[in-house]
Ligand binder design. Structure first.
Ligand SMILES: [Zn+2]
Length: 217
């Protein structure tokens, strides 16, 4: 029973990583085609979600196997902080780029294929969010439920990107920079949550609660 449950957690995690990675690739392509900062920002965000999902799985595996190997824990912590710093730096860079873009906006070009990818991305994210929430509830996993809730929040970001495209198509008003600022802040927050031990403790607490429930059931 416990084995089926932990397999379901890993499967959900891998699905989260894979889908976010594919979303990143598709959105990077349409971000380049449309010259849209908002789409490029959302692509970066998907890539970072994919990497952080990978990070969570790795630390979960290590925490499970090497609880008393403090050297391994140190290496894990070091790697996590380095990656988190890169995430924060990426967010800050994007934030600066977005603020610059307010004063000197790039010309954007939303073609039909770009709009189709944006709508498809939103639907895929929404489907993933529903799946993770349902699975999380079924196997009683806080981690899976949390990633479902995060994906649901990400749907709102995709909606913001879509709205900025529609606003531009109808009124030729460019609100891309503001959407990018929002996404930069989300990216910085993801990084900071990995760096601050307080937030990390919170994460591990979730994993512990997970194991407890698993033992009981
Ligand atoms: Zn996200």
């Amino acid at each position: 029973m416990e084995k089926i449950r932990s397999e379901a957690i890993v499967k959900s995690g891998l699905l989260f990583i894979l889908i976010n990675f594919l979303l990143a690739i598709f959105n990077i392509i349409v971000g380049i085609i449309s010259n849209s900062l908002a789409i490029a920002s959302d692509a970066t965000h998907s890539l970072i979600d994919s990497i952080s999902g990978f990070l969570v799985i790795i630390s979960e595996k290590l925490a499970g196997h090497k609880k008393f190997n403090s050297r391994r824990n140190q290496i894990e912590r070091f790697t996590t902080v380095i990656i988190a710093l890169i995430i924060v730096a990426t967010g800050l860079e994007l934030l600066i780029l977005s603020i610059k873009n307010i004063f000197d906006p790039e010309e954007v070009d939303y073609s039909a294929p770009v709009m189709i990818v944006l709508i498809a991305s939103l639907l895929v994210k929404y489907g993933l969010a529903l799946y993770l929430k349902k699975t999380g509830k079924k196997i009683n996993s806080q981690v899976v439920m949390a990633s479902g809730a995060e994906t649901m929040n990400d749907c709102w970001i995709s909606i913001a990107v879509l709205i900025s495209a529609i606003v531009y198509l109808i009124w030729q008003i460019n609100i891309e920079s503001y959407v990018s600022i929002l996404i930069s802040v989300v990216i910085i927050k993801i990084g900071l949550e990995f760096i601050f031990p307080h937030a990390l403790k919170h994460h591990h607490h979730h994993f512990d609660a997970d194991h407890d429930h698993g033992v009981k059931s």
